[in-house]
Design a binder for this molecule. Structure first.
Ligand SMILES: Cc1cc2nc3c(=O)[nH]c(=O)nc-3n(C[C@H](O)[C@H](O)[C@H](O)COP(=O)(O)OP(=O)(O)OC[C@H]3O[C@@H](n4cnc5c(N)ncnc54)[C@H](O)[C@@H]3O)c2cc1C
Length: 318
């Protein structure tokens, strides 16, 4: 069985869901994962990798872990030292920063935002969305090493295997670019890229206060994040961190609810691979209905509060 090195993100000893999915992707490719973690809490997080099919975990510390160039060089060295057939990172901000650098060190192609893997002879076959998600491309790797980022909320978390052997390495090379501080987000809100449910609003909500019905529906689900179209972000109604689409974030939650969003191609590029798509729009001709699994034609200000009340009633019964 081949080895794939996976960059596993953690915060305060807690493993990020996106990284568990990247480990699931390695499993889907028929490989054993070697997890690489770094920063404070890496050892505690590695100890939690007990059933993700991880054979070994390498914890990095030292000044180089704060530098994308030093860290990516160290990751490439680990891939070579492990004679690994691949390197995976989740398509988070950090993964998307590191993976191209690792690919450059290894002199191999980077497949970004991959949604499927399979072993193919000595190499791999990967699938990824193309043309703003209008087509799915199937590509085969020809280089010695597969280098890829994995789309969030796409791969199942792998199960099985024993606890990995944990080793440590210190990166003394501080690198050229350094992260000197990290600020926690003000509120403990779910990130739109990681939430299993995303409730997004658009210009159909009329004014910033119109988003209260979106906030209420997201709160009723409990595990939902609020998303937004670019139109409302440009108007200053919502922060850019919530923007879904070509120039915003790519999301693939289990459930995506688009409220008062027309469904422009640039918006669809960021959400069309979601599990189930529900559209609420008063215009029956709105393009969003072409990608929706369920569509409700009507006024968001009547439909959304009724939906929120129904979700609350269902939750109260369970
Ligand atoms: C280079 C480029 C990049 C872009 N990137 C992005 C991106 O990343 N993300 C993005 O979203 N857009 C992006 N856009 C903008 C995109 O083209 C659209 O302009 C934008 O998505 C429209 O936002 P909207 O659907 O909220 O607004 P609108 O297009 O104005 O649609 C509002 C919708 O609300 C409906 N509506 C109105 N009132 C109600 C009501 N009471 N109840 C229910 N429905 C109602 C209307 O029928 C309409 O369909 C980009 C554009 C360009 C050129």
């Amino acid at each position: 069985m081949s080895n794939i090195v996976v960059f596993v993100e953690q915060e305060g000893g807690n493993l990020r869901q996106a990284s568990l999915e990247a480990l699931g992707a390695a499993h889907q490719a028929g490989a054993t994962a070697v997890a690489v973690l770094c920063g404070d809490g890496a050892q505690a997080a590695a100890a939690k990798l007990t059933a993700q099919g991880v054979s070994a975990a390498i914890c990095l510390d030292g000044p180089g872990t704060h530098s994308p160039d030093a860290l990516s060089k160290a990751l490439a060295d680990i891939v070579q030292a492990q004679s690994a057939s691949g390197f995976l990172a989740p398509a988070t901000s950090r993964g998307r920063d590191l993976a191209p650098r690792v690919a450059a060190h290894l002199d191999c192609v980077l497949f970004s935002d991959v949604t499927g893997f399979a072993a193919n002879g000595g190499g791999f076959e990967v699938t990824r969305p193309w043309l703003a998600g209008k087509a799915i491309a199937t590509l085969t790797t020809s280089g010695a090493v597969l280098c890829a980022t994995t789309r969030l909320n796409t791969f199942p978390i792998a199960g099985g295997g024993a606890a990995p052997t944990v080793t440590s390495q210190t990166l003394n090379d501080a690198g050229k670019a350094r992260v000197t501080g990290v600020e926690a987000k003000g509120q403990a809100k779910l990130d739109v890229t990681e939430a299993p449910v995303v409730v997004s609003g658009g210009r159909g909500l009329k004014e910033p206060e119109g988003f209260q019905i979106i906030e209420d529906l997201a709160a009723a689900f409990g595990d939902a994040a609020v998303g937004a179209s670019r139109a409302v972000v440009d108007l200053g109604w919502r922060p850019h961190s919530e923007q879904v689409g070509q120039t915003g974030k790519t999301v693939a939650p289990k459930l995506y609810i688009a409220v008062g969003i027309s469904g422009a191609i640039q918006h669809l590029a960021g959400m069309r691979t979601s599990g189930t798509i529900v559209a609420i729009n008063k215009d029956p001709e709105a393009p969003i209905f072409k990608v929706a699994d369920y569509g409700i034609v009507g006024d968001a200000f009547e439909i959304v509060p009724a939906l929120t009340a129904e979700i609350k009633a269902i939750k109260a019964k369970h």
